[in-house]
Design a protein around this ligand. Structure first.
Ligand code: PEP
Ligand code: MN
Length: 326
């Protein structure tokens, strides 16, 4: 965004006013034609019309509203019988990476619900890096999960990976997950939007916030009923954790934009020992919920076993985060 200064007006006064608003500015030129400042992208978000009214400002250019429908929600999203987002109780979304057996998902749903979780996650269709890895139990897993969630009073969160399975997944899911790898699959976003379902939109592993928000806008423009943004870590140079959890951006989405946001420490770190501390951090900074993976048999799980929290630990964490209230 570029802000030009009125002819004859002292540019440094405008610069100071912009800085007072939390904006990072760079001087572009100062000549007879006047002065201009570039507002850096990492500045606090601000309405261009507000800047136009500042004393000494001539005009504001290149201000693209990142989103119209997904923006300024400041409202929770309804997913089945539960709400998630601003004003709703802190949401815990928990469950296995992929659903492996009917008994296990029923048992887990009961245990999590008893402690105050309101959302059951589990993959039926899995995006796997290798084509030789387990790809998910598909339709059968969706039915197991739906029944387990219904018995326990939980809402279902599960991923939709392809345009071909949109209607099937929408029938079983209360909140349709769009995975990191598909965040910019626009054909898929349009099809999912068309179902009118709310979506848990995971951040692409190398996506900017603008790209992420505009992916949410695709869903809304095409009929979606709400978007919950899920930060799951971005690619980094360091291998201490699987990805780099970007809590700065979570704070931005929650506090500067009023979007519904949940944090996924399982995929962000790949480490069960870091799930509880990062869930606490997410709650402390104002996120509206967390999503983590839990499984009773790390070695036997069909995907992401090593990062799963064991069910006893998951139960205590859910209790701690929700106060045991559903
Ligand atoms: C998942 O939630 O199991 C998953 C595959 O996550 P992501 O899309 O964030 O990698
Ligand atoms: Mn996983």
């Amino acid at each position: 965004m570029i802000v030009t200064v009125k002819k004859g007006y002292e540019p440094s006064l405008v610069r100071r006013r912009l800085a007072d608003l939390g904006l990072w500015v760079k001087a572009l030129h100062s000549s007879d034609a006047g002065a201009a400042f570039q507002v850096e992208a990492y500045s606090a978000p601000i309405r261009p019309s507000y800047l136009e009214d500042l004393e000494g400002v001539e005009a504001v250019f290149g201000a693209r509203p990142a989103s119209a429908q997904v923006g300024d929600q400041n409202l929770p999203v309804r997913a089945g019988q539960h709400l998630i987002g601003p004003g709703a109780p802190f949401a815990v979304v928990a469950g296995p990476c992929s659903i492996d057996t009917e008994e296990r998902i029923h048992d887990l749903a009961r245990r999590l619900a008893r402690r105050g979780a309101r959302f059951l996650r589990g993959g039926a269709y899995k995006p796997r890096t290798s084509p030789y890895s387990f790809q998910g139990h598909g339709a059968q897993a969706l039915r197991w999960m739906r029944e387990a969630a219904a018995n326990a009073g939980l809402a279902v969160v599960t991923e939709c990976m392809s345009e071909r399975s949109v209607d099937e997944v929408a029938e079983f899911a209360d909140l349709v997950q769009v995975g990191s790898r598909n965040m910019q699959n626009y054909a898929l976003l349009k099809e999912i939007g068309r179902t009118g379902k709310p979506v848990l939109l995971k951040r692409g592993m190398a996506s900017t916030v603008e790209e992420w928000i505009l992916a949410g806008e695709y869903l809304m423009v095409h009929g979606g009923s709400g978007v919950v943004f899920c930060e799951r870590g971005v690619r980094s140079f360091d291998t201490t954790t699987r990805n780099l959890l970007d809590l700065g951006v979570v704070a931005d989405l929650v506090h500067a934009r009023g979007f519904p946001v949940v944090v996924d420490p399982s995929h962000a770190t790949g480490r069960p020992d870091l799930i509880a501390p990062l869930c606490r951090a997410a709650r402390a900074l104002g996120a509206h919920g967390v999503m983590f993976e839990t499984h009773g048999d790390r070695g036997g799980a069909l995907s992401d076993g090593p990062q799963a929290l064991l069910p006893d630990d998951a139960e205590s964490l859910v209790q701690e985060l929700t106060g045991g209230c559903s």
